[in-house]
Design a protein around this ligand. Structure first.
Ligand code: PDD
Length: 285
């Protein structure tokens, strides 16, 4: 089945999908995006992702490209036309096409692009079974990380550094030595005392949808969590480390920089939380 993209009202072959060179996403990174997991042909946390998309748009004073109900229909159609059972759908909204000038253009409709791709659940399960390594890098981003902006250059540099050093992800560290989040994931630790810790939402991190769902599921299971920042020292000294995102779900981390975490294998708590999250996903389908 050949891939199909949605570009401003049209379903087109993926290889021919394009936008104008004066799209403000291209020239100013003036746009926002969402990545939604698809499992068994159904979207996970669709409402949460759309709420966050609307919030990002609102924060940037950008008009939604269409109302929520038709947008959901387009998302379903992109999944259907691409025959996605397990994978992701990517949505991007930019402030549209206009002659290059920094202020917002007048009467310019926003641009909407969607793509979808398959992901191998078997490969994801194998990665989770082995655990991954992360590195730490300085957080050099702007102060509105709560907005899911396509302006991702610091994230790209962080992820490339991780790749160059043979790691899966880079955890970013603020000027106070506290971990903010991964380049495309939220960061968590389990302390030596068994406390599950993740940073509270603020402008310093993206409010991950996976993070929010995991917190809700843990509350349902009477598992306590501590919403607070943690330092690099605590990270290196943690009993367990894991990360969350729409593409990684709950993923155990077994090495940070050169420090082996626990016994170098996914910890019991991380594995349990991954299975709690998998049960939640199964319930959504
Ligand atoms: N990234 N933090 C950052 C900086 C992110 O970019 C993401 C998601 C997350 C996790 O959020 P969620 O659980 O809603 O996926 C946290 C997506 C997957 C990406 O950029 O591809």
């Amino acid at each position: 089945m050949s891939r199909i993209a949605y570009v401003n009202g049209q379903y087109v072959p993926h290889r021919d999908a394009s936008v104008h060179i004066e799209d403000r996403g291209y020239q100013f990174a003036d746009g926002v995006y969402e990545v939604v997991t698809v499992t068994g042909g159904r979207m996970i946390d669709e409402e949460g992702h759309l709420d966050r998309l609307w919030r990002s748009l609102n924060e940037l004073r950008m008009a939604p490209p269409m109302k929520r109900a038709p947008l959901k229909m387009v998302m379903r159609e992109v999944i259907r036309q691409n025959g996605i059972r397990d994978g992701i759908i990517y949505l991007q909204v930019t402030r549209g096409v206009a002659p290059r000038d920094h202020p917002f253009p007048k009467n310019t409709p926003s641009s909407l692009v969607m793509t979808a791709k398959r992901l191998s659940m078997a490969k994801a399960a194998k990665t989770a079974e082995q655990g991954v390594s992360v590195i730490t890098v300085p957080d050099i981003r702007w102060t509105r990380r709560d907005i899911k902006s396509v302006s991702l250059l610091p994230n790209v540099l962080a992820k490339q550094e991780a790749k160059d050093r043979g790691a899966y992800e880079a955890f970013q560290v603020d000027d106070d030595g506290m971990v903010t989040e991964g380049s495309s994931t939220n960061a968590w630790i389990v302390t030596k005392e068994g406390r599950i810790v993740t940073r509270p939402t603020s402008n310093s991190i993206l409010a991950g949808i996976t993070r929010a769902s995991l917190i809700r599921e843990l509350e349902k299971n009477d598992i306590e969590i501590e919403l607070r920042s943690f330092s690099v020292e605590e990270l290196l000294d943690a009993k367990e480390v894991f990360l969350t995102s729409s593409t990684s779900y709950v993923l155990p981390v077994v090495k940070v920089d050169d420090q082996v975490i626990g016994n170098g294998h996914p910890g019991i708590v991380s594995q349990k939380l991954r299975s709690i999250y998998e049960n939640f996903m199964a319930g959504e389908v």
